[in-house]
Design a protein around this ligand. Structure first.
Ligand SMILES: [Zn+2]
Ligand SMILES: [Zn+2]
Ligand SMILES: [Zn+2]
Ligand SMILES: [Zn+2]
Length: 401
């Protein structure tokens, strides 16, 4: 088990130490190149003096107090110059929308507000890149995670920790040792793990889910004799698609979109978080605002003892928005842990999802439309929310419940 302690020293100080000791450190931006040479990190301001154009340069690995004005002819950073110009235009067009007027652009210097915005944007870009690197270091599945905000100045969430699997609260045990394993030579055709649990195999030969929502998935586990290519091992292999956490432009905060096409009925991601008792969820719910409450997911597949809280600990699913007309559907999954009070939650596509489309699921989704009327409702999970819905679907219910 590895432990992480947050570093209390600022990045500026760490960079200074590195330079003093002539050490390189990629994660704080000190490379061989900028240890001996100066490298532009971003551009902060612009002015014209005696007919010469100057940019205020923030040097990579150096504190802001050492920024210097450099003539344009000395700068070899076309991308950063383009970025600077794009950010300036964005600010001016936003201001035009806000005030209805274009403020006069003094050709000799930038308005302080414009320079301030360009710097904030540059810092945000660096912070989001650093967060994206963190997410990709932590995740243990194949698909990459990208981060993008072209909408506002929001940076990475301050109190969110990436996890790959459930994090049980003290006192809750997730039996990671399966009690039964199959000995099939071909799990697709033989009486395999699902049959042992009294259900059918969940997948077809194309790795698509073929069972009704509300029916549990029993995958092969560590006790089974089959190998990693068994057709009954899908959720356990993790997300295969490259996804992007992006800032929505309709006021829904962060959302998740797929960067590649997803076939219908395919496994997309698992919903993970802290596993807590329902009493604890009740208690936390009192303290959470509406947003916090939407991260509580009751595991009411067969009992209502436990809840998943993805508010502080979670994976990409933490950022997936609700929709009343979603393209993902929730299923309960049992792999090594066969305790029916503690299913894992997997999200599968309900239809083909195009590259670039936002992923959504119904926070109030019942496991099945057919069985949900009687008390033996095998809903895998439901979120407890009382908040207005902005999903924009034609069938929008107006509220999340
Ligand atoms: Zn089998
Ligand atoms: Zn198998
Ligand atoms: Zn098996
Ligand atoms: Zn809605």
């Amino acid at each position: 088990m590895s432990w992480c302690v947050p570093c209390l020293v600022s990045i500026d100080t760490l960079q200074e130490l590195c330079r003093k000791e002539k050490l390189t450190c990629k994660s704080i931006g000190i490379t061989k190149r900028n240890l001996t040479n100066y490298e532009v990190e971003y551009l902060c301001d612009y002015k014209v003096a005696k007919g010469v154009e100057y940019y205020l340069v923030k040097w990579k690995g150096w504190p802001e107090s050492t920024n210097t004005w450099e003539p344009l002819r000395n700068l070899r950073c076309p991308q950063l110059l383009q970025q600077f110009s794009d950010d300036k235009s964005t600010y001016l067009s936003q201001e035009r929308k806000r005030k209805g007027v274009t403020s006069k652009d003094n050709k000799k210097s930038l308005q302080p507000a414009v320079a301030e915005y360009v710097v904030q944007k540059a810092k945000q870009r660096i912070a989001l890149q650093r967060w994206q690197d963190y997410l990709n270091r932590r995740k243990n599945h194949k698909g990459m995670i990208f981060v993008e905000n072209t909408v506002d100045l929001e940076g990475p969430p301050s109190d969110f920790y990436y996890i790959n699997e459930y994090r049980p609260a003290p006192g809750i045990s997730l039996n990671s040792e399966a009690t039964f394993g199959c000995s099939c030579t071909d799990c697709f055709f033989e009486k395999c793990c699902p049959a042992e649990a009294g259900v059918v195999l969940a997948y077809n030969k194309n790795q698509q889910i073929k069972i009704q929502p509300g029916t549990p998935i029993y995958e092969c586990n560590s006790r089974c004799r089959c190998g990693p290519d068994c057709p009954n091992r899908i959720v356990q292999k993790g997300t295969q698609y490259s996804l992007c956490i992006f800032r929505t432009s309709n006021g829904c905060g962060w959302g998740v979109k797929t960067l590649v096409k997803i076939k219908r009925m395919s496994f997309v991601m698992e919903y993970v978080g802290e596993v807590i008792t329902s009493e604890e969820a009740e208690r936390r719910g009192q303290f959470y605002d509406n947003k916090g409450i939407t991260y509580l997911f009751d595991l009411d597949y067969e009992s209502d003892e436990f809840t998943v809280d993805a508010a502080r600990y979670g994976n990409v699913s933490h950022f997936v928005n609700h929709s009343c007309d979603p393209n993902l559907q929730v299923f309960s999954v049992f792999i090594d842990n066969l305790d029916t009070r503690l299913p894992r939650i997997a999200l599968f596509s309900t239809r083909t999802i195009k590259a670039g489309e936002e992923l959504t699921f119904d926070y109030q989704m019942k496991g099945s439309g057919e069985f949900s009327s009687d008390s033996l409702d095998h809903s895998p999970a439901k979120k407890r929310v009382r908040t207005q819905c902005k999903c924009g679907a034609e069938t929008c219910r107006g509220y999340l419940n």
